[in-house]
Design a protein around this ligand. Structure first.
Ligand SMILES: Cc1ncc(COP(=O)(O)O)c(C=O)c1O
Length: 360
């Protein structure tokens, strides 16, 4: 088999070493005569895997004692609803949302089903090309919480941490989780679907500041952060395969040099692709404004859109896969998560330059 350069937005490429390790260890866990995915999630062997993932996340992201790590299901999508339910928006204290792309818009729409919620920033009119600056945030006087998406996966727009907000801050970090350090003083809930930089789909990590949780409204048990904290996310059957695989990915991240190394590689990958766009004399056109550019999802088009399908065809022949932009905005998108090597980003840049030369 020839591994391709896989620029998928998620599920996405994982390091070959992690795939090999999963394949080698799947048939039998620690001389037990069965695989991990065949044993109880209450067994000591699984318990070790579960705690190992929490310990590695805590170590790599320097998660403080105040915050609990939850290993949940339902993807990042369930967190749109769950975060709103736990912070209990009311007429006097609505939920406030930064809407800088499709995912923020979806979070707001689900929040509105839970209780009064509105956008504190919305860049849809201008095509979702920017995140807010601090002075553009229009917060209510006393919102129940503020929700933002640190990286808009579809539009390739990044929003830096919201500073100076003195109500709980909830962040959907699905598409730049584990690519940078997190300032925990600025975040009360950070959640992320695993399938970008942490492993296969099926797991959603939520890191919750216990002190920020309001006295819980009576919630269904799965949807209560408080109950999930009390049960160590084991109130129901854990997604054991996804958690086990995440543990392998976290160990790989640690072995590579931790978050610092991830951040540096992330910067290298994205800088080289943006440089190819910026030096193309307008042949490639970036989607996001330069100050809001994502480091994990580079979105762009070709000057003449009829070239896009040729670009995709020829890229696929060069084993550069999944570069098609999301159907809602078209064009091209290169997703550059932790599992994608800097060499793969360089292969893309080489291809982009050759394609521009032959099609200019
Ligand atoms: C930023 C962001 N939020 C939420 C989601 C939804 O995640 P899930 O499919 O895990 O529900 C995605 C999926 O791509 C995403 O990129």
């Amino acid at each position: 088999m020839q591994r391709v350069h896989n620029f998928s937005a998620g599920p996405c490429t994982l390091p070959q070493e992690v795939i090999n390790q999963l394949a080698a260890e799947l048939p039998e866990h620690k001389n037990m005569g069965m695989s991990l995915v065949e044993m109880s999630h209450r067994s000591p062997e699984y318990g070790e895997v579960h705690q190992g993932v929490i310990a590695l996340l805590t170590e790599l992201l320097e998660i403080p004692e105040t915050h609990s790590v939850l290993l949940l299901q339902g993807g990042a999508t369930l967190q749109f609803t769950m975060s709103a339910m736990n912070f209990n928006p009311t007429q006097d204290q609505p939920g406030n949302y930064v809407v800088a792309g499709t995912w923020g818009k979806k979070a707001l729409a689900d929040g509105q089903k839970v209780g009064p919620s509105k956008s504190a920033y919305n860049s849809e009119q201008t095509g979702f090309r920017t995140g807010p600056t601090a002075d553009q945030l229009q917060l209510d006087s006393n919102p129940a919480f503020v929700h933002y998406t640190s990286n808009e996966t579809i539009h390739g727009v990044s929003t830096p941490p919201l500073a100076g907000v003195n109500v709980p801050v909830v962040c959907d970090m699905s598409s730049d989780f584990l690519t940078k350090s997190i300032d925990w003083n600025l975040h009360d809930v950070v959640y992320a679907g695993a399938q970008k930089s942490l492993g296969p789909a099926g797991l959603c990590v939520a890191v919750v500041n216990r002190d920020a949780l309001p006295d819980s409204p009576e919630l269904p048990s799965y949807l209560s952060y408080q109950k999930q904290i009390e049960s160590n996310s084991l109130g129901n059957t854990a997604p054991v395969f996804a958690i086990w695989a995440a543990g392998k990915m976290l160990q790989w991240i640690k072995d590579q040099g931790g978050i610092e190394a991830m951040e540096s590689n992330c910067a290298k990958r994205s800088a080289s692709v943006y440089a190819a766009i910026d030096s193309s004399d307008g042949f490639y056109v970036p989607h996001a404004n330069s100050e809001s550019r994502s480091k994990t999802n580079v979105t762009f088009t070709t000057r003449d859109d009829s070239l896009t399908s040729r670009f995709l065809e020829q890229a696929a022949s060069a084993h550069l896969m999944n570069l098609k932009g999301h159907r809602s905005i078209g064009g091209l998108r290169a997703s550059l998560y932790n599992g994608l090597s800097v060499a793969s980003a360089e292969a893309l840049v080489e291809f982009m330059e050759a394609f521009r030369k032959t099609n200019s």
